[in-house]
Structure formats: C-alpha cells, structure tokens
Design a binder for this molecule. Structure first.
Ligand SMILES: NC(=O)c1ccc[n+]([C@@H]2O[C@H](COP(=O)([O-])OP(=O)(O)OC[C@H]3O[C@@H](n4cnc5c(N)ncnc54)[C@H](O)[C@@H]3O)[C@@H](O)[C@H]2O)c1
Ligand SMILES: O=P(O)(O)OC[C@@H](O)[C@@H](O)[C@H](O)[C@H](O)CO
Length: 471
C-alpha cells in the first residue's frame, strides 16, 4: 500500500470544476455519501453545474485529509439494488474547498458575498441543531452551528443580497423550522433588528427534510484491499448502502433549481413530509437506537451481529411489530413493507455498521426516535412498552460509563456523572432532567420503578436475561 499514491486530482483524469453553489455545514460520512454524492450525480448529467464549500461546523480542526486529497473521496455502494447485488466505487468531486470558521472567520463570512452560493445544507447530528445562548460574535466564530449560520445570514442581509434555501439533513422533527426558530432566537439575543428578522423569515426558505441511507462510514480493516482495487489510498472513503431516499418539504420551484429527481435520484418534494418522517425515524432509527445499548452490553459489535443473534433478532422484530407499528398513524400497507425492507437492510452483509458509531449522541437520539413512541404507548394503552423500556434502561445504565464509554456532548455526560454519583436516586434524578427529555419523565406512571428494576437486572444478570423475558 505504501507504493500506492493517495487520492488526489493529480492521479485522476481531468475532473470538471463547477462554481460554488452550495454551502455545507459538516463533512462527515453521511454528508459525503448522501448530499455530495447526489450533487455529483446531478453534475455528471449536466443538470446542476455546482460544487459545495465545506464549512467545519464544530471543530477548530479540519480533517487534513480533505486538503491532502483535493477534497476528493470514494463512495462505496454495497448491497442489493433492484434485486441485484451491487458493489460500486464512485469518486465524488463535488466539494471544492473547505473553510474553517475557527481558523479564518473572515473567510467564512465572505461566503455571504458570493451571490451564486444559494443553497445551504447541513448535517451536524441531532446535537448540532440546538439553542445555546451565546454572545454576539465580533472577531471569532460563534460556537453553535445555528449561531454561525445567523452570523452568515446577517452578513448576507447587510450586503443586500438574496436569501438562501436552507435544507438541513439532521434527523430532528421539523428540522428546517427548528433551525429557523433558533436562528431567530440568536437574532433577538444579538439585537439584529426587525428589518433583519423580516428578511430572514421572508427572503430565505428553510425546508424541512428527511434523509434515509445507511452510511456506516470508513471501511475499516479493508484499507489494503481497497487501495489495491482502486490503485490509490483513500482516507476519506465511505461505505453506504445503495438505497437512498430524501424527502424535502419545500416549494415546487425548488425542483427546477435542484433537479435531484430529474437526475433519477429517489428524492420526493412534498408539501407534507410528516408521514415519511414518522415512518423512517421510528421504524428504522428507533430499532437502531434500541439495539445499541443492549447490543454493546452483550458484547455485539455491528448491526449485522444483532440481526444474526436469535434473541436480538426476535427482540427487534417484536419491538417493530408490537410497539412501533401500532403507534404510527399510517396505514398498515405503508408500514409493514417498509418495516420488512428495514429488516433486510439491517441484514445487508456487505456493510459493517458499527453499533458504536450509531451510539454517538444516543440521548438526543432516544428522545427523537423512541421516547415519543414510549409516551404515546403509555398514554393510549395505559401500560409501558416493554422493549422500549428495556432499551431505555440499558441506555441509562450504559451512561454510567464503566462498561461502555458514552459518546455524547460533555454537557450530557456531566448530567449523567452527577446523577450516577447517587445510584439510589439515579433514576428519579435523571428522569427529572427536562433538558434531556423535554418533559419530566417521573410523571409517566410506573416508568421510574420499571427502569430501576431493569437496571438492577442488567447489573446482576446482564442484558441476555432481560432480553429472554421479552422474546
Ligand atoms: N450514518 C448514517 O447512516 C446516517 C444516515 C442518515 C442520517 N444520518 C445523520 O448523520 C448524523 C451522523 O453523521 P455521520 O454518520 O456522518 O457521522 P460523522 O461522525 O461522520 O459526522 C458527524 C458530523 O457532525 C458534526 N457534528 C457533531 N456534533 C456536532 C455539533 N454539536 N455541532 C455541530 N456539528 C457537529 C461533525 O463535525 C461531523 O461533521 C446522524 O446524527 C444523522 O443525523 C446519518
Ligand atoms: O446517523 P446517526 O448516528 O444519527 O444514526 C445512526 C443510524 O440510525 C442512522 O445513521 C441510520 O442508519 C440512517 O438514518 C438510515 O437512513
């Protein structure tokens, strides 16, 4: 492998250069294999003719591999597509350059000056679209993503330029509206004035969107094999399943400016994405988030391990059939085939989807993906959903940090550290944390008692014993 060059424009035949049209916050695995890959598809067909500028959303350090590889990377699509086994490697060249607001704030703000930049996309995880009050920035970049966006939009407004179309990809309910709401709060906090907020709310389009593609990320362990296959080493390679769906709630005219569907991509522009979102977040992401703490505590490593394990497979199937599907307000003929496809996608042997990677920011994920169903179930049935409750107990237990180091925001792990300092009060203390759950969960009848009992069981007998009572 040492003899093979790294991926760069130098080793490739000519790559088309396109003007910058898109600002993207975040250059993580998902963004590269989803948004950038789709920009590439449109460009390859001569339908868009635009590239993206990558903005580092939360870190003073930009991955040096972007610059080393001239912002090129390979997307490896593996799995079943239209009944056929596919294993394709596609080079994506749609990111043109990166800007790090922490290193060069002026360069970041200057993005507002370019009229051609008219789209903003983001994927900063569920932890990125949150409101945290902060000072109006002067010379330095604000820390939160919405605050950075506010500063950029304000500059755009001051220059008298047209607004942007903003399409967030974070798996948060009504992500576009939520982001706009937070930008408005920063604008208020910073006294940016009524004229600005009026421009913000009328001259910019914040679309809600829902994304669906399983993107396990870097093909760890396959570096040598892939370098030999490609003829170059790629530190930014990303594996993904062939399936993709992007549902965008926005004006009809958006289809002309962003001809994703015309490029043959599975993109739906709709006036109401709610049913698509509910189906996906609860039937696909929900089971992911449920399997992570139990699976990791049981020593499993990947989604495929979970699906091959008889106990876990039964747990996931029953979770979907008995607790998730009955709580979703969609016809069964829309839910059941999707649930079936999810089980098949989870079993895709070509992609190694690490439970650890899904575990990132698990608390906000639980809140978005499973908690609404738990609350709905408790309200409608007058009882608790046993599998969601067990997964919740395993999640809280895993955040004690002695068996699995939690990967979450420092502010979240600090709350857990404090609560775990008194194990006897842990459950009631943590359930009362409205900053984590949005509500005081001690108000849900029987929940604290049930979680305490599951946690005791996890501690004394481990996750399998708990699972055996549920399958
Ligand atoms: N991987 C998938 O299968 C997949 C599929 C659909 C949606 N998603 C979405 O992608 C997210 C995970 O992204 P990934 O798989 O690319 O992981 P990743 O770790 O490769 O990327 C995460 C990105 O989020 C940024 N980020 C993390 N915390 C942030 C914060 N507090 N503020 C601002 N930016 C922050 C990071 O800088 C990075 O760019 C999920 O939370 C979900 O919203 C992922
Ligand atoms: O990407 P995350 O970390 O928010 O969540 C992990 C998975 O649930 C998620 O990535 C799914 O694979 C994806 O949402 C499928 O479209």
């Amino acid at each position: 492998m040492e003899t093979l060059p790294g991926l760069s424009r130098g080793i490739l035949p000519e790559i088309a250069e396109h003007p910058e049209k898109v600002i993207q916050f975040g250059g993580g695995n998902f963004m590269r294999a989803f948004v950038d890959w789709q920009l590439q598809k449109m460009n390859d067909q001569g339908l868009f003719g635009g590239s993206a500028v990558l903005v580092q959303a939360n870190s003073p350090r930009t991955d040096p591999n972007f610059a080393k590889q001239d912002h090129l990377f390979t997307v490896l699509l593996s799995g079943i597509e239209n009944g056929e086994v596919v294993d394709r490697a596609e080079i994506v060249s749609s990111i043109r350059r990166s800007v790090n607001p922490y290193q060069d704030y002026a360069e970041y703000l200057a993005l507002a000056d370019n009229d051609r930049l008219s789209f903003i996309v983001s994927n900063t995880t569920e932890a990125g679209i949150v409101y945290r009050s902060e000072e109006r920035p002067e010379e330095r970049a604000p820390s939160g993503f919405p605050a950075k966006l506010t500063a950029l939009l304000h500059r755009r407004y001051m220059l008298g330029k047209p607004g942007f179309t903003v399409i967030p990809c974070e798996l948060i309910d009504r992500n576009g509206e939520r982001l706009l709401e937070i930008v408005n709060k920063h604008a208020d906090d910073w006294n940016l004035g009524k004229a600005f907020t009026s421009w913000l709310n009328t001259q910019n389009t914040f679309c809600c969107s829902m994304v669906d593609r399983i993107v396990p990320g870097f093909p760890h362990g396959r570096e040598q094999e892939l370098a030999a296959r490609f003829g170059y080493a790629d530190k930014l390679a990303v594996t993904a399943e062939p399936y993709m769906l992007w549902v965008i709630e926005g004006p009809e005219s958006l289809q002309d400016q962003l001809p994703l569907a015309r490029a043959g991509l599975n993109v739906i522009f709709t006036p109401d994405m709610t049913p698509y979102r509910e189906r996906k977040v609860h039937l696909l992401n929900g089971p992911h988030t449920a399997m992570v703490p139990l699976g990791l505590l049981a020593g499993l490593e990947t989604v495929e391990d979970v699906m091959k394990d008889e106990d876990f497979y039964a747990f996931i199937r029953l979770l979907i059939e008995q607790e998730l599907i009955p709580m979703l307000p969609l016809p069964l003929d829309e839910l059941e085939p999707y649930a079936q496809s999810v089980l098949e996608r989870f079993r895709n042997p070509s992609i190694r989807h690490e439970l650890r990677s899904i575990s990132l920011n698990s608390i906000s994920k639980f809140k978005a993906r499973l908690l609404p169903i738990l609350l709905r179930f408790a309200r409608e049935r007058g009882e608790l959903p046993p599998r969601i409750t067990s997964a919740f107990a395993a999640l809280l237990y895993s955040y004690r940090g002695d068996k699995i180091p939690p990967q979450d925001e420092a502010s979240v792990t600090a709350i857990f550290d404090r609560a775990w300092s008194d194990p006897n009060r842990f459950v009631t203390d943590i359930l009362s944390e409205t900053s984590l759950w949005g509500v005081d969960l001690n108000k849900v009848p029987e929940l604290a008692t049930r979680l305490e009992s599951h946690i005791r069981e996890l501690e004394s007998s481990g996750p399998r014993t708990l699972l055996h009572q549920l399958v």
